[in-house]
Design a protein around this ligand. Structure first.
Ligand SMILES: [Zn+2]
Length: 229
């Protein structure tokens, strides 16, 4: 038993800490300890004008550990947008979910709604997210967005996203959709084969308080079950 306990030491101590353009701290909260196959990374907000996932992320932290799973919560991957300006982009005006180095393309310019930034990984928040995923190698990553009212995935992540949709019990429909250029999910799908990374597009406005526990339960159960094939 001692050996098993040692093997399940959390990765928390080894996780990187980062800073946004405006100096806000990027630091995940780690619940429990488990091998990567049962490690779930949850991001409450990456587009600052899409904050409805934040209360879900915070409720997930309050719910605590899940036996046999490790849940890592990064409330905001774009703290300047999500906690400061309320804008989609970071403080440089870059749409972080168009700044990842997988299928990147130049989109727009400073001031554009989906500005990709001047080059892939130009932003500290994007570089931090990549270091975090590399350190964790989570089986599943879920990023909350708004407001297309759908659980959305592509490629290898489809079965796991379908599993999560089923665990939600009819709150949102599932749809397979190809990723836009330079997204976090597309990057993880290509960089770490065999893992899943997908997005949950919550409806417009805040999530009703009565539904938050439903999301929390589904996230906890998905962490326990891991990737679907
Ligand atoms: Zn979004």
């Amino acid at each position: 038993m001692l050996g098993l306990a040692t093997a399940l030491v959390s990765v928390a101590a080894a996780l990187p800490v980062g800073h946004s353009v405006e100096g806000r701290t990027l630091r995940p909260i780690v619940l429990g300890a488990a091998p990567p196959a049962h490690r779930l990374l949850v991001v409450g907000c990456i587009h600052g004008n899409e904050p409805a996932g934040l209360p879900i992320a915070h409720a997930l932290v309050r719910a605590g550990r899940v036996p046999g799973a490790e849940i890592v919560v990064l409330p905001a991957a774009n703290p300047d947008g999500c906690f400061g300006t309320g804008t989609r982009q970071n403080a440089h005006g870059v749409d972080l979910n168009r700044n990842f180095p997988s299928n990147w393309a130049r989109i727009g310019r400073r001031g554009s709604y989906q500005w990709s930034g001047p080059r892939p990984l130009s932003e500290p928040e994007t570089r931090y997210f990549i270091r975090l995923v590399a350190a964790l190698q989570p089986a599943v990553t879920i990023v909350f967005h708004q407001h297309e009212d759908v659980v959305r995935a592509w490629g290898e992540s489809v079965p796991t996203a379908r599993r999560f949709t089923a665990l939600l019990g009819g709150v949102l429909p599932y749809r397979s959709m190809q990723w836009p250029y330079g997204t976090a999910s597309n990057w993880q799908n290509h960089r770490y084969r065999g893992t899943a990374s997908f997005v949950v597009e919550l409806p417009a406005g805040p999530v009703p308080a009565s539904l938050v526990p439903r999301y929390v339960r589904a996230l906890r159960e998905l962490a326990r079950q891991g990737v679907a094939r």
